[in-house]
Write a protein that binds this ligand. Structure first.
Ligand SMILES: [Zn+2]
Ligand SMILES: [Zn+2]
Length: 245
């Protein structure tokens, strides 16, 4: 059967609906793309400008606002240069991540990439354009087997396709760490120490790296991954996340 005719037939049998609110997506004017509606996309809260350029925490004090760095990051800077999180991890953003990761819908990576592009355009960020290669934060092989895909890898691939960057799955997670949020701050770094190694240092040596994660919470994971990239000779590292938890 002709491909277009076939997809028209599929659309009649299974009409496209928003993965977040279930609204019918037949009407192109109210659809953001094939998977989510414009209203849900519009509800996603972009990160405020007044947040730390290194961990995305909210800034309150005057000297923090001037330097765009929180006190903790100024005192103990991470191994990467800048971190940009597109949205806050709540409401429609959180729903979308849940559908993507826990309901096994890998194709939603395309929608998340489009939403990230929207946020990057709105902030005028050249984060992706300045990178030579895009590295996803890896999952431990045991966790990847459970989920069947690595969400950060799918996002990194989408970004590479949109911006014409090199996809570089250079890191390997060698320790299956516990979720960072469940730990006290002192235990977080210990939990992550040596969690990552460069599987292929040649992919990152002398290159400017964009490290991609879906959700950043404490930023210690991306910091630990950045250390492994630096040890492999990366020129500089920027971090891009879809959401800040
Ligand atoms: Zn919706
Ligand atoms: Zn900070």
């Amino acid at each position: 059967m002709h491909k277009e005719l076939f997809s028209a037939f599929i659309n009649i049998l299974f009409p496209k609906a928003c993965h977040i609110c279930s609204k019918d997506l037949k009407d192109k004017t109210t659809a953001f793309d094939d998977h989510i509606c414009a209203s849900c996309a519009g509800q996603m809260k972009q990160m405020p400008v007044a947040c730390c350029a290194l961990c995305a925490n909210k800034l309150t004090e005057e000297d923090e606002l001037k330097s765009l760095k929180c006190r903790a990051c100024a005192e103990d800077p991470p191994a990467y240069e800048v971190l940009l999180s597109c949205y806050t991890y709540e409401g429609a953003t959180k729903e979308l991540i849940h559908r993507f990761k826990y309901s096994n819908r890998p194709y939603l990576a395309g929608s998340i990439n489009r939403l990230m592009q929207k946020a990057l355009t709105a902030t005028g960020s050249s984060l992706v354009k300045n990178a030579d290669a895009v590295v996803p934060v890896p999952l431990h092989p045991a966790r990847q087997r459970e989920r069947e895909f690595n969400q950060s890898e799918l996002l990194a691939k989408e970004i590479c396709a949109s911006y014409g960057r090199a996809f570089a799955p250079a890191l390997k997670r060698v320790r299956n760490t516990r979720p960072q949020v469940s730990l006290k701050k002192d235990n977080r770094l210990e939990n992550l120490s040596q969690a990552f190694v460069a599987a292929d240092p040649g992919m990152v040596k002398d290159r400017r790296i964009l490290l991609v994660d879906d959700v950043v919470t404490t930023a210690s994971t991306v910091n630990e991954a950045s250390r492994a990239l630096k040890a492999s000779g990366a020129l500089g590292i920027s971090v891009l996340a879809f959401a800040k938890g």
